[in-house]
Design a protein around this ligand. Structure first.
Ligand code: ADP
Length: 432
Protein backbone atom coordinates (compact mmCIF):
# COMPACT_ATOMS: atom_id res chain seq x y z
CA UNK A 1 0.00 0.00 0.00
CA UNK A 2 1.43 3.49 -0.82
CA UNK A 3 2.65 5.39 2.27
CA UNK A 4 0.05 8.20 1.83
CA UNK A 5 -2.79 5.67 2.10
CA UNK A 6 -1.07 4.02 5.10
CA UNK A 7 -0.84 7.38 6.89
CA UNK A 8 -4.47 8.17 6.06
CA UNK A 9 -5.66 4.79 7.47
CA UNK A 10 -3.42 5.30 10.54
CA UNK A 11 -4.91 8.79 11.26
CA UNK A 12 -8.51 7.60 10.77
CA UNK A 13 -8.03 4.51 12.99
CA UNK A 14 -6.22 6.54 15.75
CA UNK A 15 -8.95 9.21 15.65
CA UNK A 16 -11.69 6.55 15.92
CA UNK A 17 -9.79 4.88 18.79
CA UNK A 18 -9.36 8.11 20.81
CA UNK A 19 -12.92 9.30 20.02
CA UNK A 20 -14.30 5.95 21.28
CA UNK A 21 -12.18 6.23 24.46
CA UNK A 22 -13.50 9.80 25.00
CA UNK A 23 -17.07 8.50 24.44
CA UNK A 24 -16.60 5.92 27.20
CA UNK A 25 -14.77 8.29 29.59
CA UNK A 26 -16.49 11.71 28.98
CA UNK A 27 -19.62 11.02 26.94
CA UNK A 28 -20.60 11.59 23.27
CA UNK A 29 -20.23 15.40 23.13
CA UNK A 30 -16.55 15.30 24.18
CA UNK A 31 -15.97 12.45 21.75
CA UNK A 32 -17.53 14.39 18.80
CA UNK A 33 -15.57 17.51 19.82
CA UNK A 34 -12.30 15.59 19.77
CA UNK A 35 -13.20 14.04 16.37
CA UNK A 36 -14.03 17.52 14.96
CA UNK A 37 -10.77 19.07 16.29
CA UNK A 38 -8.65 16.30 14.75
CA UNK A 39 -10.48 16.50 11.38
CA UNK A 40 -10.11 20.32 11.37
CA UNK A 41 -6.38 19.97 12.06
CA UNK A 42 -6.02 17.43 9.22
CA UNK A 43 -7.96 19.66 6.75
CA UNK A 44 -5.98 22.79 7.75
CA UNK A 45 -2.73 20.89 7.24
CA UNK A 46 -3.75 19.93 3.68
CA UNK A 47 -5.09 23.41 2.78
CA UNK A 48 -1.86 24.99 4.07
CA UNK A 49 0.23 22.76 1.77
CA UNK A 50 -2.17 23.20 -1.18
CA UNK A 51 -1.81 26.99 -0.88
CA UNK A 52 2.01 26.58 -0.82
CA UNK A 53 1.84 24.37 -3.93
CA UNK A 54 -0.45 26.81 -5.73
CA UNK A 55 1.94 29.70 -4.95
CA UNK A 56 4.85 27.72 -6.35
CA UNK A 57 2.90 26.85 -9.51
CA UNK A 58 2.25 30.58 -10.09
CA UNK A 59 5.95 31.44 -9.81
CA UNK A 60 7.45 32.70 -13.15
CA UNK A 61 10.69 30.73 -12.56
CA UNK A 62 10.00 27.28 -11.20
CA UNK A 63 12.94 25.24 -10.04
CA UNK A 64 13.57 22.37 -7.66
CA UNK A 65 15.24 24.76 -5.19
CA UNK A 66 12.15 26.96 -4.62
CA UNK A 67 9.70 24.08 -4.05
CA UNK A 68 8.09 24.64 -0.58
CA UNK A 69 8.98 22.36 2.34
CA UNK A 70 6.23 19.97 3.50
CA UNK A 71 5.48 17.83 6.48
CA UNK A 72 4.24 14.20 6.69
CA UNK A 73 2.79 13.01 3.32
CA UNK A 74 3.34 16.44 1.73
CA UNK A 75 7.05 16.00 2.34
CA UNK A 76 6.95 12.96 0.00
CA UNK A 77 4.81 14.79 -2.57
CA UNK A 78 7.15 17.80 -2.67
CA UNK A 79 10.20 15.53 -2.84
CA UNK A 80 8.68 13.72 -5.87
CA UNK A 81 7.87 17.07 -7.45
CA UNK A 82 11.46 18.28 -6.91
CA UNK A 83 12.81 15.11 -8.57
CA UNK A 84 10.45 15.56 -11.54
CA UNK A 85 11.47 19.23 -11.98
CA UNK A 86 15.17 18.32 -11.84
CA UNK A 87 14.73 15.61 -14.51
CA UNK A 88 12.62 17.93 -16.67
CA UNK A 89 15.15 20.77 -16.57
CA UNK A 90 17.95 18.31 -17.35
CA UNK A 91 16.15 17.04 -20.51
CA UNK A 92 15.34 20.67 -21.42
CA UNK A 93 19.03 21.49 -21.16
CA UNK A 94 19.96 18.48 -23.33
CA UNK A 95 17.31 19.48 -25.89
CA UNK A 96 18.49 23.09 -26.13
CA UNK A 97 22.11 21.85 -26.41
CA UNK A 98 21.06 19.56 -29.31
CA UNK A 99 19.16 22.45 -30.92
CA UNK A 100 22.17 24.73 -30.54
CA UNK A 101 24.42 22.06 -32.08
CA UNK A 102 22.00 21.65 -34.99
CA UNK A 103 21.94 25.43 -35.53
CA UNK A 104 25.76 25.54 -35.52
CA UNK A 105 25.94 22.65 -38.01
CA UNK A 106 23.39 24.19 -40.39
CA UNK A 107 25.11 27.58 -40.11
CA UNK A 108 28.45 25.99 -41.02
CA UNK A 109 26.99 24.17 -44.04
CA UNK A 110 28.05 25.42 -47.48
CA UNK A 111 24.42 25.21 -48.67
CA UNK A 112 21.58 27.55 -47.80
CA UNK A 113 18.60 26.07 -45.93
CA UNK A 114 15.17 27.64 -45.51
CA UNK A 115 12.37 25.95 -43.54
CA UNK A 116 9.02 26.73 -45.17
CA UNK A 117 5.53 26.16 -43.81
CA UNK A 118 2.75 24.55 -45.83
CA UNK A 119 1.87 27.99 -47.25
CA UNK A 120 5.47 28.90 -48.08
CA UNK A 121 6.03 31.18 -45.06
CA UNK A 122 9.62 31.31 -43.77
CA UNK A 123 10.04 29.49 -40.43
CA UNK A 124 13.82 29.61 -40.19
CA UNK A 125 16.86 30.04 -42.46
CA UNK A 126 20.64 29.74 -42.10
CA UNK A 127 23.15 32.55 -42.92
CA UNK A 128 24.03 31.09 -46.37
CA UNK A 129 20.36 31.13 -47.40
CA UNK A 130 20.17 34.79 -46.25
CA UNK A 131 23.08 35.52 -48.57
CA UNK A 132 21.78 33.48 -51.56
CA UNK A 133 18.18 34.67 -51.43
CA UNK A 134 18.57 38.12 -49.90
CA UNK A 135 16.37 37.30 -46.90
CA UNK A 136 16.89 38.03 -43.19
CA UNK A 137 16.68 35.41 -40.45
CA UNK A 138 15.52 38.07 -37.98
CA UNK A 139 13.24 40.37 -39.99
CA UNK A 140 11.66 37.98 -42.49
CA UNK A 141 10.52 35.11 -40.27
CA UNK A 142 6.83 34.46 -40.94
CA UNK A 143 6.94 36.25 -44.31
CA UNK A 144 5.77 34.59 -47.53
CA UNK A 145 8.98 33.68 -49.41
CA UNK A 146 7.48 34.70 -52.78
CA UNK A 147 7.20 38.29 -51.43
CA UNK A 148 10.98 38.33 -51.02
CA UNK A 149 12.31 36.22 -53.92
CA UNK A 150 10.46 37.89 -56.74
CA UNK A 151 11.15 35.84 -59.88
CA UNK A 152 8.48 34.19 -62.03
CA UNK A 153 10.36 30.86 -62.48
CA UNK A 154 10.61 30.66 -58.66
CA UNK A 155 6.83 31.20 -58.25
CA UNK A 156 6.19 28.48 -60.84
CA UNK A 157 8.69 26.12 -59.18
CA UNK A 158 7.04 26.50 -55.75
CA UNK A 159 3.54 26.17 -57.19
CA UNK A 160 4.44 23.03 -59.16
CA UNK A 161 5.59 21.25 -55.94
CA UNK A 162 7.95 19.24 -58.15
CA UNK A 163 10.47 17.88 -55.67
CA UNK A 164 12.44 15.85 -58.21
CA UNK A 165 14.13 18.62 -60.24
CA UNK A 166 16.19 21.60 -59.06
CA UNK A 167 15.62 25.15 -60.31
CA UNK A 168 18.50 27.31 -61.55
CA UNK A 169 18.09 30.98 -60.71
CA UNK A 170 20.16 34.09 -61.44
CA UNK A 171 20.54 36.33 -58.40
CA UNK A 172 22.38 39.56 -57.70
CA UNK A 173 24.49 39.54 -54.52
CA UNK A 174 26.38 42.66 -53.47
CA UNK A 175 26.09 43.94 -57.07
CA UNK A 176 27.52 40.65 -58.38
CA UNK A 177 25.61 38.16 -60.48
CA UNK A 178 25.48 34.65 -59.00
CA UNK A 179 23.80 31.50 -60.20
CA UNK A 180 22.07 29.37 -57.58
CA UNK A 181 20.41 26.00 -57.80
CA UNK A 182 17.30 25.58 -55.62
CA UNK A 183 15.87 22.24 -54.53
CA UNK A 184 12.66 21.68 -52.57
CA UNK A 185 12.62 18.75 -50.15
CA UNK A 186 9.40 17.71 -48.36
CA UNK A 187 9.63 17.11 -44.59
CA UNK A 188 7.43 16.91 -41.50
CA UNK A 189 3.74 17.66 -41.90
CA UNK A 190 3.40 19.37 -45.31
CA UNK A 191 6.48 21.48 -44.55
CA UNK A 192 9.35 21.99 -46.98
CA UNK A 193 13.08 22.54 -46.93
CA UNK A 194 14.42 24.85 -49.61
CA UNK A 195 18.08 24.09 -50.23
CA UNK A 196 20.14 26.61 -52.21
CA UNK A 197 23.61 26.08 -53.68
CA UNK A 198 25.93 28.55 -55.40
CA UNK A 199 26.75 26.99 -58.79
CA UNK A 200 28.30 30.09 -60.41
CA UNK A 201 31.76 28.48 -60.77
CA UNK A 202 30.32 25.22 -62.03
CA UNK A 203 28.13 27.02 -64.60
CA UNK A 204 31.15 29.09 -65.76
CA UNK A 205 33.18 25.89 -66.28
CA UNK A 206 30.23 24.29 -68.12
CA UNK A 207 29.97 27.33 -70.41
CA UNK A 208 33.73 27.20 -71.04
CA UNK A 209 33.51 23.48 -71.85
CA UNK A 210 30.55 24.01 -74.19
CA UNK A 211 32.23 26.95 -75.93
CA UNK A 212 35.47 25.00 -76.30
CA UNK A 213 33.75 22.01 -77.94
CA UNK A 214 31.65 24.28 -80.17
CA UNK A 215 34.72 26.29 -81.27
CA UNK A 216 36.92 23.25 -81.89
CA UNK A 217 34.17 21.54 -83.89
CA UNK A 218 33.57 24.70 -85.87
CA UNK A 219 37.27 25.13 -86.63
CA UNK A 220 37.58 21.49 -87.74
CA UNK A 221 34.64 21.72 -90.11
CA UNK A 222 36.30 23.68 -92.94
CA UNK A 223 39.63 21.74 -93.11
CA UNK A 224 37.67 18.47 -93.05
CA UNK A 225 35.45 19.57 -95.94
CA UNK A 226 38.56 20.47 -97.96
CA UNK A 227 40.32 17.15 -97.15
CA UNK A 228 37.16 15.17 -97.97
CA UNK A 229 36.68 17.02 -101.25
CA UNK A 230 40.26 16.40 -102.45
CA UNK A 231 40.22 12.77 -101.34
CA UNK A 232 37.02 12.26 -103.32
CA UNK A 233 38.48 13.89 -106.42
CA UNK A 234 41.71 11.87 -106.18
CA UNK A 235 39.78 8.59 -105.66
CA UNK A 236 37.84 9.16 -108.87
CA UNK A 237 40.87 10.35 -110.87
CA UNK A 238 41.62 7.87 -113.67
CA UNK A 239 45.37 8.31 -113.37
CA UNK A 240 45.36 7.27 -109.68
CA UNK A 241 46.80 3.74 -109.31
CA UNK A 242 44.42 1.08 -107.89
CA UNK A 243 46.57 0.59 -104.74
CA UNK A 244 46.41 4.30 -103.96
CA UNK A 245 42.66 4.30 -104.67
CA UNK A 246 42.12 1.72 -101.92
CA UNK A 247 44.06 3.87 -99.45
CA UNK A 248 42.25 7.01 -100.61
CA UNK A 249 38.84 5.31 -100.20
CA UNK A 250 39.73 4.35 -96.62
CA UNK A 251 40.92 7.91 -95.93
CA UNK A 252 37.68 9.26 -97.43
CA UNK A 253 35.59 7.01 -95.15
CA UNK A 254 37.50 8.16 -92.06
CA UNK A 255 37.22 11.82 -93.11
CA UNK A 256 33.45 11.32 -93.49
CA UNK A 257 33.29 9.74 -90.02
CA UNK A 258 35.14 12.75 -88.61
CA UNK A 259 32.74 15.06 -90.43
CA UNK A 260 29.69 13.35 -88.95
CA UNK A 261 31.35 13.49 -85.50
CA UNK A 262 31.93 17.23 -85.89
CA UNK A 263 28.34 17.73 -87.10
CA UNK A 264 26.98 15.77 -84.10
CA UNK A 265 29.19 17.75 -81.68
CA UNK A 266 27.93 21.01 -83.18
CA UNK A 267 24.32 19.77 -82.96
CA UNK A 268 24.86 18.91 -79.26
CA UNK A 269 26.39 22.33 -78.56
CA UNK A 270 23.39 24.05 -80.14
CA UNK A 271 20.97 21.92 -78.11
CA UNK A 272 22.86 22.53 -74.87
CA UNK A 273 23.01 26.28 -75.31
CA UNK A 274 20.30 27.90 -73.17
CA UNK A 275 20.57 31.10 -75.22
CA UNK A 276 19.46 29.09 -78.26
CA UNK A 277 15.72 29.36 -77.67
CA UNK A 278 13.55 26.65 -79.16
CA UNK A 279 11.52 27.73 -82.19
CA UNK A 280 8.27 25.74 -82.09
CA UNK A 281 5.57 25.02 -84.67
CA UNK A 282 2.77 22.47 -85.06
CA UNK A 283 4.61 19.53 -86.60
CA UNK A 284 2.73 17.27 -89.00
CA UNK A 285 3.88 13.92 -87.60
CA UNK A 286 2.60 11.55 -90.38
CA UNK A 287 4.43 13.65 -92.99
CA UNK A 288 7.64 13.88 -90.95
CA UNK A 289 7.66 10.18 -90.08
CA UNK A 290 7.07 9.17 -93.72
CA UNK A 291 10.10 11.22 -94.76
CA UNK A 292 12.23 9.60 -92.02
CA UNK A 293 10.90 6.17 -93.07
CA UNK A 294 12.21 6.74 -96.62
CA UNK A 295 15.68 7.65 -95.23
CA UNK A 296 15.61 4.55 -93.02
CA UNK A 297 14.71 2.36 -96.00
CA UNK A 298 17.62 3.70 -98.00
CA UNK A 299 19.95 3.14 -95.00
CA UNK A 300 18.66 -0.42 -94.65
CA UNK A 301 19.06 -1.07 -98.42
CA UNK A 302 16.17 -3.54 -98.28
CA UNK A 303 17.76 -5.71 -95.56
CA UNK A 304 14.96 -5.10 -93.02
CA UNK A 305 11.22 -5.04 -92.95
CA UNK A 306 10.31 -1.53 -91.76
CA UNK A 307 6.69 -0.67 -90.88
CA UNK A 308 5.19 2.68 -89.90
CA UNK A 309 1.87 2.88 -88.05
CA UNK A 310 0.26 6.24 -87.24
CA UNK A 311 -2.95 6.03 -85.16
CA UNK A 312 -3.48 9.69 -84.31
CA UNK A 313 -3.93 12.74 -86.46
CA UNK A 314 -2.88 15.13 -83.66
CA UNK A 315 -0.02 17.44 -84.46
CA UNK A 316 2.94 17.80 -82.14
CA UNK A 317 4.07 21.18 -80.83
CA UNK A 318 7.84 21.30 -81.18
CA UNK A 319 10.86 22.12 -83.30
CA UNK A 320 10.66 20.11 -86.52
CA UNK A 321 14.38 19.82 -87.23
CA UNK A 322 15.21 18.82 -83.62
CA UNK A 323 12.41 16.24 -83.61
CA UNK A 324 13.56 14.93 -87.01
CA UNK A 325 17.06 14.46 -85.63
CA UNK A 326 15.78 12.60 -82.50
CA UNK A 327 13.45 10.27 -84.43
CA UNK A 328 16.09 9.67 -87.16
CA UNK A 329 18.70 8.77 -84.54
CA UNK A 330 16.42 6.18 -82.92
CA UNK A 331 15.26 4.72 -86.25
CA UNK A 332 18.83 4.78 -87.62
CA UNK A 333 20.05 2.88 -84.52
CA UNK A 334 17.28 0.30 -84.99
CA UNK A 335 18.48 -0.28 -88.57
CA UNK A 336 22.18 -0.39 -87.60
CA UNK A 337 21.74 -2.72 -84.62
CA UNK A 338 19.31 -5.17 -86.29
CA UNK A 339 20.80 -7.98 -88.37
CA UNK A 340 19.65 -8.57 -91.92
CA UNK A 341 16.08 -9.93 -92.20
CA UNK A 342 14.98 -8.30 -88.92
CA UNK A 343 11.80 -6.30 -88.34
CA UNK A 344 11.51 -2.68 -87.30
CA UNK A 345 8.22 -1.08 -86.41
CA UNK A 346 7.67 2.63 -85.88
CA UNK A 347 4.52 3.80 -84.09
CA UNK A 348 2.97 7.23 -83.39
CA UNK A 349 -0.06 7.14 -81.12
CA UNK A 350 -2.00 9.05 -78.45
CA UNK A 351 -2.54 7.52 -74.99
CA UNK A 352 -4.39 9.37 -72.20
CA UNK A 353 -3.80 12.59 -74.12
CA UNK A 354 -0.01 12.03 -74.23
CA UNK A 355 1.87 11.57 -77.51
CA UNK A 356 3.82 8.33 -77.76
CA UNK A 357 6.42 7.60 -80.41
CA UNK A 358 8.28 4.32 -80.38
CA UNK A 359 10.70 2.28 -82.47
CA UNK A 360 10.74 -1.44 -81.85
CA UNK A 361 13.37 -3.66 -83.45
CA UNK A 362 14.15 -7.36 -83.44
CA UNK A 363 17.88 -6.62 -83.22
CA UNK A 364 20.80 -7.55 -80.97
CA UNK A 365 19.27 -6.00 -77.82
CA UNK A 366 21.08 -4.37 -74.88
CA UNK A 367 22.02 -5.84 -71.50
CA UNK A 368 20.09 -4.22 -68.62
CA UNK A 369 23.19 -2.76 -66.91
CA UNK A 370 23.99 -0.57 -69.97
CA UNK A 371 20.51 0.96 -70.35
CA UNK A 372 20.82 3.78 -67.73
CA UNK A 373 24.09 4.98 -69.35
CA UNK A 374 23.10 4.87 -73.03
CA UNK A 375 22.37 8.60 -73.30
CA UNK A 376 25.86 9.56 -72.05
CA UNK A 377 28.16 10.99 -74.72
CA UNK A 378 30.33 8.32 -76.37
CA UNK A 379 28.86 5.54 -74.24
CA UNK A 380 28.82 2.38 -76.31
CA UNK A 381 27.82 -1.14 -75.37
CA UNK A 382 30.28 -2.60 -77.86
CA UNK A 383 32.83 -0.07 -79.16
CA UNK A 384 34.02 -2.09 -82.15
CA UNK A 385 30.48 -2.84 -83.29
CA UNK A 386 29.43 0.82 -83.06
CA UNK A 387 32.43 1.85 -85.20
CA UNK A 388 31.57 -0.87 -87.71
CA UNK A 389 28.03 0.46 -88.01
CA UNK A 390 29.30 4.01 -88.46
CA UNK A 391 28.01 5.44 -85.18
CA UNK A 392 29.50 8.53 -83.56
CA UNK A 393 28.45 7.60 -80.00
CA UNK A 394 26.53 10.86 -79.72
CA UNK A 395 23.15 9.86 -81.19
CA UNK A 396 21.32 9.10 -77.94
CA UNK A 397 22.91 12.11 -76.18
CA UNK A 398 21.37 14.27 -78.94
CA UNK A 399 18.02 12.48 -78.44
CA UNK A 400 18.15 13.17 -74.68
CA UNK A 401 18.80 16.90 -75.20
CA UNK A 402 16.04 17.25 -77.79
CA UNK A 403 13.63 15.52 -75.41
CA UNK A 404 14.65 17.79 -72.51
CA UNK A 405 13.83 20.79 -74.67
CA UNK A 406 10.41 19.24 -75.43
CA UNK A 407 9.66 18.16 -71.82
CA UNK A 408 9.49 14.58 -73.07
CA UNK A 409 10.79 11.35 -71.53
CA UNK A 410 12.75 8.48 -73.07
CA UNK A 411 11.91 4.92 -72.02
CA UNK A 412 14.12 2.02 -73.08
CA UNK A 413 13.26 -1.66 -72.79
CA UNK A 414 15.44 -4.33 -74.29
CA UNK A 415 16.25 -8.02 -74.23
CA UNK A 416 19.56 -9.38 -75.50
CA UNK A 417 19.09 -11.32 -78.73
CA UNK A 418 15.41 -10.36 -79.01
CA UNK A 419 15.40 -6.63 -79.66
CA UNK A 420 14.80 -3.21 -78.13
CA UNK A 421 12.09 -0.61 -77.86
CA UNK A 422 12.90 3.10 -77.57
CA UNK A 423 9.76 5.10 -76.64
CA UNK A 424 9.34 8.84 -76.33
CA UNK A 425 6.45 10.17 -74.23
CA UNK A 426 5.39 13.76 -75.02
CA UNK A 427 3.24 15.65 -72.51
CA UNK A 428 -0.47 16.13 -73.33
CA UNK A 429 -0.04 19.93 -73.62
CA UNK A 430 2.10 19.37 -76.75
CA UNK A 431 -0.62 17.42 -78.56
CA UNK A 432 -2.52 19.86 -80.76
P1 ADP B 1 26.22 5.06 -81.64
O1 ADP B 1 26.54 6.12 -82.57
O2 ADP B 1 27.39 4.32 -81.12
O3 ADP B 1 25.11 4.20 -82.14
P2 ADP B 1 24.25 6.07 -79.82
O4 ADP B 1 24.36 7.15 -78.80
O5 ADP B 1 23.26 6.25 -80.89
O6 ADP B 1 25.70 5.86 -80.37
O7 ADP B 1 23.94 4.73 -79.06
C1 ADP B 1 24.70 4.38 -77.91
C2 ADP B 1 24.84 2.87 -77.81
O8 ADP B 1 23.56 2.29 -77.53
C3 ADP B 1 25.28 2.22 -79.10
O9 ADP B 1 26.68 2.18 -79.19
C4 ADP B 1 24.69 0.84 -79.00
O10 ADP B 1 25.56 0.00 -78.28
C5 ADP B 1 23.43 1.04 -78.14
N1 ADP B 1 22.20 1.06 -78.95
C6 ADP B 1 21.51 2.14 -79.38
N2 ADP B 1 20.40 1.78 -80.05
C7 ADP B 1 20.38 0.42 -80.06
C8 ADP B 1 19.48 -0.56 -80.59
N3 ADP B 1 18.36 -0.20 -81.25
N4 ADP B 1 19.78 -1.85 -80.40
C9 ADP B 1 20.89 -2.20 -79.72
N5 ADP B 1 21.78 -1.35 -79.19
C10 ADP B 1 21.54 -0.04 -79.36
Amino acid sequence: MPSIWKRFVYIVLTTIFFSSAFWILFGPISSLLLFGVIMFWVATHHVFHLVALDRWLLLPKKSSSNIPAGTSEWDDVFAHLARYVRQHSHSKELLSLALERMRNVTSAMPDGIVLLTENDHIEWCNPIAEDHLGISSTLDIGQQITHLVRQVPFFEYLAARNFSKPLVLNQTRRRQKIIISLQLVPYGFNQKLLISRDITRFEKLETMRRDFIANVSHELRTPLTVISGFLDTLTHEETTPDFDKRALTLMSEQALRMQSLVEDLLALSRLENDQNKINETNVNMPELLNEILRDAQSLSTGKHQIKLNVTTQSQLLGNESELRSAFSNLIGNAVRYTPEGGEISIQWQEENGKGIFYVQDSGIGIEAQHIPRLTERFYRVDTSRSRETGGTGLGLAIVKHVLNRHEADLEITSEVGKGSRFSIVFPAKRMI
